[in-house]
Design a protein around this ligand. Structure first.
Ligand SMILES: [Zn+2]
Length: 324
């Protein structure tokens, strides 16, 4: 009798631990970075990692190309992050940058303008990873990167700068009639006005990433990218904003959050995230958290709106403090 009770208990503990384990299973996230014209990048990577891990559902690793100057330690880079100066020299391909993407549910890129190409091996592996169902998230200047990489441009749907123009695909925006528009007019891709707070409008209210978000909310100071263009295939516009660079005749609204299908993979692309202030916005943090979860799993389980979410009149930010 005692023995059978013991086994019953053992069995209970075993099943309890299994169900506990699956409940505690975290979404595995990899942030890739190392080459970004935004000097905030070492800090913004940590901000994203911390904001995601605070939520409890994510476990975040970082994989980085070789450093470009003498500062080899993370603390030196973190200190540099607040210094408004560019990185010396042009980035070069890091032949040793070869993360094992297959260990992760989702990869976030914090690369930027003029990032050097990844090695052919790494590019091929990344394409296969997303094509086979891996998640990808492109933040702000990550859509400036890799203008020559065809598959990458399909993943992000639209991008800017890096000599992108009509050869890369149409401009994508929401037109006067509030419809998505692919505009094949010739011209360069990528413009932005000064950094300023601006209103973000929820364009798609059914998508898991934006479901339940208010019709519009004030974003903290950021750059509103405009006139991005690219293949623009399999893309759902989730949220928009009006750029100070808008064409008066078009009155276009720019996509600031998008969901893209690439093979079996899901991509979340936000153009937001220029610097510390932008990353501290509760709207940005919420979009990022939901976008990362959706890219990883295809759903957003916790879609409660944070109490401190911005309103249409009032920005809301969470001051970042590094946890040791
Ligand atoms: Zn920027």
């Amino acid at each position: 009798m005692l023995k059978s009770t013991f086994y019953l208990l053992l069995g209970f503990v075993f099943f309890a631990s299994i169900s506990c384990q699956s409940k505690d299973e975290k979404i595995k996230v990899l942030i890739v970075d190392g080459q970004n014209n935004h000097v905030v990048w070492p800090k913004s990577t940590i901000m994203m990692k911390q904001y995601l891990e605070e939520n409890g559902a994510f476990q975040v690793d970082i994989s980085r190309t070789q450093f470009l100057n003498k500062s080899e330690t993370f603390s030196e880079w973190l200190a540099l992050a607040d210094v408004p100066k560019g990185v010396e020299g042009k980035p070069k391909t890091d032949p040793d940058f070869n993360p094992d993407f297959s260990k992760y549910d989702v990869v976030i890129s914090n690369f930027g303008w003029q990032a050097a190409s990844w090695s052919e091996k790494t590019k091929t592996e990344f394409e296969a990873y997303v094509n086979n169902g891996g998640g990808f998230v492109s933040v702000h200047a990550a859509d400036n990167s890799f203008p020559e990489w065809k598959a990458y441009n399909k993943m992000i749907a639209i991008g800017g700068w890096g000599n992108r123009n009509e050869k890369d695909g149409p401009y994508l925006y929401v037109d006067k009639d509030n419809m998505p528009k692919r505009d094949y007019t010739e011209g360069a891709a990528g413009r932005h006005g000064p950094k300023e707070p601006f209103l973000v409008t929820t364009y798609n209210k059914e998508h898991p990433i934006t479901k339940g978000m208010p019709d519009s909310w004030m974003h903290t100071s950021d750059e509103c990218y405009a006139f991005l263009r690219g293949p623009a295939e399999n893309v759902t516009i989730l949220a928009t904003a009006v750029s100070s660079k808008k064409a008066p005749e078009l009155e276009q609204k720019e996509p600031v959050a998008m969901a893209i299908d690439y093979g079996k993979g899901r991509v979340f692309h936000t153009t937001l995230g220029h610097d510390t202030t932008s990353f501290e916005c509760v709207g940005f943090i919420t979009l990022l958290r939901r976008g990362v979860e959706w890219a990883a799993t295809g759903q957003v389980i916790n879609n409660e709106m944070p109490e401190d979410f911005p309103t249409a009149q009032k920005i809301a930010s969470r001051s970042f403090k590094l946890q040791k």
